[in-house]
Design a binder for this molecule. Structure first.
Ligand code: BTN
Length: 257
């Protein structure tokens, strides 16, 4: 990874662990969290051998092209508010990528980073809790930067994209990581100083999901309706075509129209 520390100006990332390869930056960050790694510790790898996606999926993580990063946070927070950390991270990544690349990056609920209808990146948050409270959280971010179409496994080749595919330019991962950490520190500060409302509002400004006709799969069940809003805990409020409103914590969302 290129001269990363040169670009990191803020507190987040001062404790930086940068590795050639690892099973999963999230798994390592969870282990370090158990060992009292400080708030803001960042784990980055050039490649992952067992990258983890949401809902138990694999996150294919080839070397030298993309961002695989996990940030350890120690918020004073109820477990039920944990989704706000993911919302905050999605806002930070989306803003940082827009600033650096000029791409119209949007957020698809809950935390996919999209360019038009293609997935540019995703966020996997894992938490350790005690009773009702979060002890620490790991925010894992995977963003496709310089990967070409052939770097994607066949099953996602039509639905995934990268900054390079979209702009025809190569970007420095180090500069982008620094930009994301900068924005994460800013939005984390807003969340704890000003509360959840401005963070949720910024998420609404950046999402391409609200107002759309969507299908959401939650385990074995599928719900279809209009994505109305997110509530104060970041849950999706789905106005069901069959009537009524369904509050959804996590699931797989497809935009229908
Ligand atoms: C998703 O499924 O959309 C979330 C993908 C998250 C991938 C990142 S890459 C860095 C971190 N380590 C992992 O194993 N997963 C996350």
């Amino acid at each position: 990874m290129e001269r990363l520390t040169e670009f990191i100006r803020r507190k987040a990332g001062r404790n930086l662990i940068s590795l050639e390869t690892v099973d999963s930056t999230n798994t390592l960050a969870m282990e370090l969290g158990e060992k009292d790694a400080i708030h803001g510790t960042v784990v980055i790898a050039d490649s992952q051998k067992k990258g983890k996606g949401r809902l138990g999926r694999v996150w294919v993580s080839p070397p030298s092209v993309n961002i695989y990063m996990s940030v350890i946070l120690r918020p004073v927070m109820k477990l039920t508010d944990g989704t706000l950390l993911t919302i905050m991270a999605a806002v930070a990544c989306c803003r940082a990528l827009r600033d650096a690349t000029g791409l119209q990056v949007t957020i698809k609920w809950p935390n996919d980073l999209m360019v038009a209808d293609k997935k540019l990146g995703g966020i996997l948050t894992e938490t350790k809790s005690r009773g009702e409270r979060i002890v620490f959280a790991v925010i894992g971010t995977g963003i496709n930067i310089n990967s070409g179409r052939k770097d994607f496994p066949p099953d996602v080749r039509e639905t995934a994209t990268s900054v390079k595919i979209e702009t025809s330019e190569e970007y420095s991962r180090a500069v982008l990581i620094a930009g994301i950490l900068d924005k994460m520190e800013y939005w984390y500060g807003i969340l704890f100083e000003k509360g959840r409302k401005p963070v949720l509002q910024e998420w609404r400004n950046l999402t391409s999901t609200l107002g759309r006709d969507v299908k959401v799969t939650v385990g074995e069940k599928t719900f279809v309706g209009i994505a109305e809003d997110v509530d104060d805990e970041g849950m999706l409020l789905l106005n069901l075509h069959t009537g009524g409103v369904r509050r959804i914590a996590a699931g797989d969302l497809t935009v229908l129209r």
